[in-house]
Design a protein around this ligand. Structure first.
Ligand SMILES: C[S@@+](CC[C@H](N)C(=O)[O-])C[C@H]1O[C@@H](n2cnc3c(N)ncnc32)[C@H](O)[C@@H]1O
Length: 214
């Protein structure tokens, strides 16, 4: 079964045979792949009923053993310690709402499409460490996928901003640098403070790319 590079990178970070809760599953292709190719037990959930109807069509098409549910975030779900809770393709604000004040498992696999630093700080504040990070470019867009595990660890500002592992990946740093340089082109009419902040980030990234460490 063919899935996108981003979904494949997510799937690669989940051990075979795991129990998975795919929150915001939409098409449920990740769950279907995990069930069929990695023998995982998957619950595909989404707040949108239409998404779940589409998911069910795919589940039938690929003859996968995947259960579905319509629910907001983790509401009403039974979560056990070893479950892999996957949150992909959602923004950090939504992910924070979903994880707040909830009983969580020991593994959170997250691919947000914005505010990575805020996401790292928030999940670490819930009592997790960053176990691994993977950067992938899919259809010209870059994604950092983060596996959080229960634990305690102190992180530096740089760890939060560019990831304790991702920041050693020059492909990721170059991708971020290009984004900042593109933003710089549009900052001509912005305040000195905004332009300075952008330039400082560019310098920080250039330094990281050259040194590979802080
Ligand atoms: C862009 S899709 C991502 C689909 C899939 N996870 C992926 O990464 O390809 C985002 C999905 O998240 C769902 N979603 C948004 N907020 C949600 C919430 N609070 N609880 C459950 N699902 C939510 C949307 O309905 C949508 O189907």
């Amino acid at each position: 079964m063919h899935i996108s590079k981003r979904l494949k990178a997510l799937a690669d970070m989940i051990p075979p045979g795991s129990k998975v809760i795919d929150v915001g599953c939409d098409h449920a292709l990740l769950s279907i792949y995990l069930a069929n190719e990695k023998d995982c037990t998957c619950l595909a959930s989404d707040v949108n009923e239409k998404a779940i109807l589409g998911a069910q069509v795919n589940i039938e098409k690929y003859n996968a053993n995947v259960k579905t549910i319509v629910t907001n975030g983790l509401d009403g779900l039974t979560i056990t310690k070893d479950d892999y809770i996957v949150l992909a393709g959602m923004g950090t604000a939504t992910i924070k709402k979903i994880l707040s004040d909830k009983k969580l498992s020991d593994y959170l696999l997250i691919a947000t499409h914005n505010h990575l630093e805020e996401l790292r700080r928030f999940v670490v504040s819930l009592g997790f460490v960053i176990a691994s990070e993977k950067f992938v470019i899919d259809y010209d867009k870059g994604y950092v996928i983060i596996l959080f595990k229960r634990g305690k660890k102190k992180y530096s500002k740089l760890d939060y901003a560019y990831g304790p592992m991702a920041r050693y990946d020059n492909n990721y740093l170059l991708y971020e640098l290009e984004k900042l340089i593109n933003i710089k082109k549009d900052l001509d009419n912005s305040s000195f403070k905004v332009r300075l902040k952008n330039q400082m980030e560019i310098n920080k990234l250039k330094k990281l790319i050259l040194k590979g460490k802080d």
